[in-house]
Design a protein. Structure first.
Length: 258
């Protein structure tokens, strides 16, 4: 991996999380701690981060990477996660899906199913789900929530979105956070994203968190679902090595390894 790509990956990690450990950076990039040290020294000189004991800290708000860029990160793991999530769903059920790179892949996985009612604030999820099959019939009934569109995420947010969610009662809420930890549950970086996810979790019988190993043990700015409200945390096989996994297991979080 070239230095420029490593620097972009480190910036992407800090875009959504206040603090990232050296261990996590090394695991995520697949490089040595010494390589991480050289990279963070260079990024600190640019003012992109600040070194602290055991890791690095964001010094200023960094833009979130585009959805397409985030979708490429941990792609194999995310595909395994969404396949496991899709197996939970049955025809006739209603499911909330929020916005993000993982749930965009979930929409693709749902192509093998029929008869769901899907309520989402994600334009990408809605577009994928309304694609016609060979018989010219839509597979699912899809409701795109109104609200204020955000071009960076391709989704709607705001009071109108939350109010629309509260009109529904769903069997499942399938949500993709920035991080999930034993202390703070599932969390997001932006308040408007957390408000939508919180509303979906509140109106669903079961809440499923979809998070690859890079999000395990991580905490972002706004908590939207406490640990006791998480019915399943679906993650990938690398998660047991992630900092924070043991704490989640000790706290009784139902973890599914995909």
């Amino acid at each position: 991996m070239l230095q420029e790509e490593r620097h972009q990956r480190i910036r992407a990690l800090l875009a959504n999380t206040e603090l990232v450990t050296t261990e996590r950076i090394a695991q995520d990039l697949g490089v040595s701690r010494e390589t991480v040290r050289r990279d963070v020294v260079a990024l600190e000189a640019l003012g992109a981060l600040r070194r602290v004991h055991g890791g690095v800290q964001r010094t200023a708000a960094l833009p979130e990477p585009p959805l397409q860029q985030r979708a490429r990160a941990h792609l194999l793991e995310k595909r395994a996660i969404v396949r496991a999530a899709a197996r939970l769903l049955q025809p006739g059920q209603t499911v909330f899906i929020d916005a993000g790179s993982t749930v965009s892949l979930l929409a693709e996985a749902l192509a093998s199913l029929r008869g769901l009612t899907v309520i989402t604030n994600s334009l990408d999820v809605a577009q994928k789900l309304v694609a016609d099959d060979t018989a010219g019939q839509t597979r699912h009934q899809v409701h795109l929530l109104g609200g204020q569109p955000r071009p960076t995420t391709g989704a709607t947010y705001g009071a109108q979105t939350v109010a629309a969610i509260q009109q529904w009662r769903a069997d499942w809420a399938m949500l993709s956070p920035v991080g999930v930890s034993a202390e703070f549950g599932a969390s997001s970086y932006e308040l408007h994203e957390a408000e939508v996810a919180r509303a979906m979790a509140g109106q669903a019988l079961h809440t499923v968190i979809l998070a690859d190993h890079s999000k395990i043990g991580q905490t972002s700015r706004v908590s939207f679902c406490p640990l006791e409200r998480i019915d399943r945390l679906i993650t990938d096989g690398k998660a047991p090595r992630a900092p924070g996994h043991a704490a989640l297991a000790r706290a009784g979080c139902p973890i599914v390894l995909a």
